[in-house]
Design a protein around this ligand. Structure first.
Ligand code: PEP
Ligand code: MG
Length: 848
């Protein structure tokens, strides 16, 4: 090691040096911020321990970072919990951006006042980019401020160009941005922000009030627990600081690539984000000693026997051999883990669920996690011990957060952490000797456990931890396994082999069911399975009612895969392509070529005999596009969304229209506009289609229709029908706009029922108006897939049902069992009822 690779840090205060591990705050003792040394001070003017630049001065004036010309970041933190004093008792002698010499006064503080109010005056000197340091040699005993060396660093090779540049060049700070994500910057948006930040050479930080986080670290961002509506700014230092601060701030303002919606609606997420977990919610108790309650994680019924799953302990030695050996062991394990996750992803058919393991792969590269592990190795710990400390520290930190969604991600960190740990320790994942018909009970299952469950044997599971939004619950739903999260802890005491009924839809576990109950459920399951098999076998038969009326049954799809599945399951076409799926989750708009390719591929998969309804872009408001910044809206569902956004962005709209039109020769193409509320909108959108069609010289008969999702359109349907070729009723939105109930509101879920007579009357009005003009009407909202609603919709006169892909065979089979004349009588009766409950009761009776 040459002299230029040594850096001596002078004591910033006089006092007694204390090993950093002894500081009574795990953040410092576990070197989460970095390695270094602490001082129990006897002086009260903090001096700079090195020459450099002030790259960060905390607004509470209790912490300052000096970056040396070599790019070493020296953070000095006066006292413990002193951030709470909000600057009281501290006065800064420098400002951010100042160049300082070693020994120059930085902060003066009132030692007496601060020590009375704060937990401790212990002052930490830590290196926040500890990976730049090969060895830390802390001093000991009493040191004199500005005179005695308190800490010597042996630097790890030449300073990285990037860091050196960071120290020697610009700094930039963005304007404050408000976080639009309903659940704040949780794992996925945090990963987007971190990935973008990593593309810049500069250091990038997120700053919220007094707190900062390394924007290149997913874990650090999550640890900041940024909530919906929080105001943060982005601070960057380095050669590309201005570009970094701007780009990252813009990304955050636009939702960090998040597709809002998905498993839980934005409104529900918003609600969740606000739900504080200061006190753990009491687990529900059933009152019946035989019934244990939790929350529904994945619907379905399972009858089986209890099998308790306990996590095995992985033993690792604390002390390592030498740092180089341990480091290469860690690196190799991280690489193996990455490969394992790649293999696991390929086993999950649903791409959006495989994303969960993409996030796990990201965690393997998280700079903060790796920093802690590498620091541990540098201080003599084994790779296993250092890694275990790193991931457990962060998982615990996340688990303690108030935001439920973020806290739930602790399970993901433990999962990926244990995966690496097993590789380091050379232990194979214990093969569970799961018996047949098992209902697993566990404190918590990890996403990896869930994805690799033996579906032949495991019928369902219940975990004490987790919630409906956890990744485990999402996976259970995609794997179609009934599951309960947050079950009463008494479930852990149930003996293996105990007979139980798990009702994933209700979130209940019934023990000791009577033989009659079990027999009844088994019988129902056998019947259902038989019916499913018959429906599947007849999936390609035409859906014609017993009295000869053909009701078209088509698919709601999000892309090519679902188009193909729909055809395989007997779908007569596509009634709704939610084209926004092509636009979301990407950093830039899809090009005209990309779009043409996808619409053409879907059209070819359907062929010229099947209907293909492309709904034009339905984003805006609650579903922001990262590359199309829109001002925040108070009421996004009532804002610039759907066709309103397209008309406001005609260039983008025209690109889509041209791409869709090019698919015309390959299918029965229909173009449909979402969220039409006025005739003016329909006319403007139609004019664009006509212009582009003429410009492309397309002569094929392309039908142009609208979604009926807004009451004004339903009420005016006859006038709309004069100008639109067809209607498709979006009952999901029509219900929320008719009843003024947010479609995702957890408390209104039951009342926001599309079978409310108010909504039904609007559907009937729409059909009447359309038929008066000889136009057809479909329903593509959720009730088209609801077996209770199907007879009613047919009775009202709906011509087409656009349903979720898996529901196609059963809805077709149902149509074949019904008589339209009977359905009409039923509809006439139901339309006179006053409440959704009455409607459901009547429909239940009709179904027998
Ligand atoms: C609807 O609103 O019913 C509909 C089908 O559209 P989306 O659910 O995509 O808003
Ligand atoms: Mg809609």
């Amino acid at each position: 090691m040459t002299a230029s690779h040594r850096l001596e840090l002078l004591a910033p205060l006089s006092g007694l040096l204390v090993p950093i591990e002894q500081v009574p705050d795990p953040v410092f003792a576990q070197k989460m911020v970095g390695d270094g040394v602490s001082i129990d001070p006897t002086s009260n003017v903090l001096l700079s321990p090195v020459a450099g630049k002030i790259t960060q001065l905390h607004s509470a004036r209790h912490a300052v970072t000096i970056t040396t010309a070599d790019g070493i970041e020296v953070l000095i933190h006066i006292g413990l919990d002193t951030v709470m004093l909000k600057g009281e008792g501290f006065s800064a002698k420098v400002k951010e951006g100042d160049t300082v010499t070693a020994g120059q006064p930085l902060i003066e503080f009132d030692g007496d006042a601060v020590s009375r109010k704060a937990r401790s005056l212990l002052t930490q000197i830590v290196i926040t980019n500890s990976d730049r340091v090969a060895r830390f040699v802390p001093g000991n005993g009493f040191v004199r401020a500005g005179q005695t060396v308190a800490l010597t660093l042996e630097l790890a090779g030449a300073p990285a160009a990037a860091t050196a540049a960071a120290a020697s060049s610009d700094e930039a700070q963005s304007e404050p941005v408000r976080v639009p994500n309903p659940t704040g910057l949780h794992a996925r948006p945090a990963a987007v922000v971190a990935n973008l930040s990593k593309t810049f050479t500069s250091t990038v930080k997120l700053v919220r009030g007094d707190e900062t986080a390394n924007a290149k670290s997913v874990v650090a961002i999550m640890g900041l627990e940024v909530q919906y509506g929080d105001e943060i700014h982005v601070k960057a230092a380095g050669p590309d600081a201005a570009a970094a601060a701007k780009a990252v701030a813009e990304m955050i303002a636009q939702g960090s690539g998040e597709e809002v919606g998905g498993v839980i609606s934005p409104a529900a997420q918003k609600h969740l984000a606000k739900t504080k977990r200061a006190v753990a919610p009491a687990k529900p108790k059933s009152g019946d000693p035989n019934v244990l309650l939790g929350v529904s994680a994945s619907p379905g019924l399972a009858v089986g026997q209890i099998f308790q799953v306990r996590q095995e302990a992985i033993e690792v030695a604390e002390q390592g051999r030498d740092a180089q050996f341990e480091r290469s062991k860690l690196d190799a394990a991280l690489k193996d883990a990455r490969n394992q996750l790649e293999a696991l992803k390929s086993e999950i058919s649903d791409a959006s669920k495989a994303e969960i393991f993409n996030a796990h792969q990201e965690l393997l590269e998280d700079p903060d996690l790796l920093d802690i592990a590498i620091n541990g190795i540098s201080s003599g710990k084994s790779a296993g011990f250092a890694w275990q400390t790193a991931f457990s520290t962060y998982a615990d930190k996340l688990a303690a957060l108030k935001n439920e969604v973020l806290a739930g991600r602790a399970n993901d960190i433990r999962d990926v952490g244990r995966r690496v740990l097993r590789i380091i320790a050379g232990v194979k994942e214990a093969e569970l000797a799961v018996p047949e018909n098992a209902i697993l009970i566990a404190e918590d299952l990890t996403p990896s456990d869930t994805a690799s469950l033996d579906r032949e044997k495991v019928l369902g599971f219940a975990t004490v931890g987790g919630g409906a939004t956890s990744h485990v619950a999402i996976l259970a739903r995609s794997l179609n396994i009934p599951a309960i999260c947050g079950i009463d802890e008494d479930a852990l005491q149930l003996a293996n082999g105990t007979a139980v009924i798990l009702d994933g839809s209700k979130g209940s576990l019934r023990k000791n069911p009577s033989e009659a109950e079990v027999a009844q459920i088994r019988e129902a399951q056998v019947k259902l399975a038989k019916q499913r098999a018959e429906e599947l076998a007849a999936a390609h038969q035409s859906p014609v009612t017993t009295d000869g009326h053909h009701i078209e049954v088509v698919a709601n799809i999000g892309g090519l895969d679902e188009a193909k599945q729909g055809v395989e399951l007997g779908g007569e076409g596509v009634g709704l392509l939610r084209s926004e799926f092509l636009y979301l989750d990407r950093a830039d708009a899809p090009t005209e070529e990309e779009q043409t390719q996808i619409y053409t591929d879907i059209a070819k998969a359907l062929g010229t005999e099947r209907t293909f309804v492309v709904r034009t872009l339905d984003v805006g408001g609650d579903k922001p596009l990262p590359y199309l910044p829109q001002p925040a809206e108070e009421n996004p569902f009532l804002g610039v969304r759907g066709v309103r956004l397209c008309l406001a962005e005609p260039e983008m709209f025209r690109v889509q229209i041209r791409s869709v039109l090019r698919a015309a020769p390959f299918s029965k193409l229909h173009i449909m506009f979402p969220m039409i509320a006025t005739l003016d909108e329909l006319r403007a959108a139609k004019a664009i289609v006509a212009e582009e069609k003429a410009a492309l010289n397309i002569t094929a008969d392309v039908k142009v229709g609208i979604m009926v999702e807004v009451p004004s359109t339903a009420v005016m349907s006859e006038l709309f029908a004069k100008e639109a070729d067809f209607f498709s009723i979006g009952t999901n939105d029509l219900t929320q706009y008719t009843l003024a109930m947010d479609r995702g509101h957890p408390k209104l879920a039951k009342q926001a029922d599309a079978l409310n007579p108010g909504v039904l009357r609007l559907i009937a009005m729409t059909v009447k108006g359309a038929h008066a003009q000889g136009k057809w009407v479909g329903v593509c909202g959720g009730i088209a897939s609801d077996p209770q609603a199907v007879p009613l919709l047919i009775g009202i006169g709906v011509d087409e049902l656009s349903v979720s892909v898996p529901a196609i065979p059963s809805i077709k089979a149902m149509v074949r069992r019904l008589s339209k004349a009977d359905c009409q009588k039923l509809a006439a009766e139901v339309l006179q009822l006053g409440t959704a409950a009455e409607v459901r009761e009547r429909l239940g009776k009709a179904a027998g």
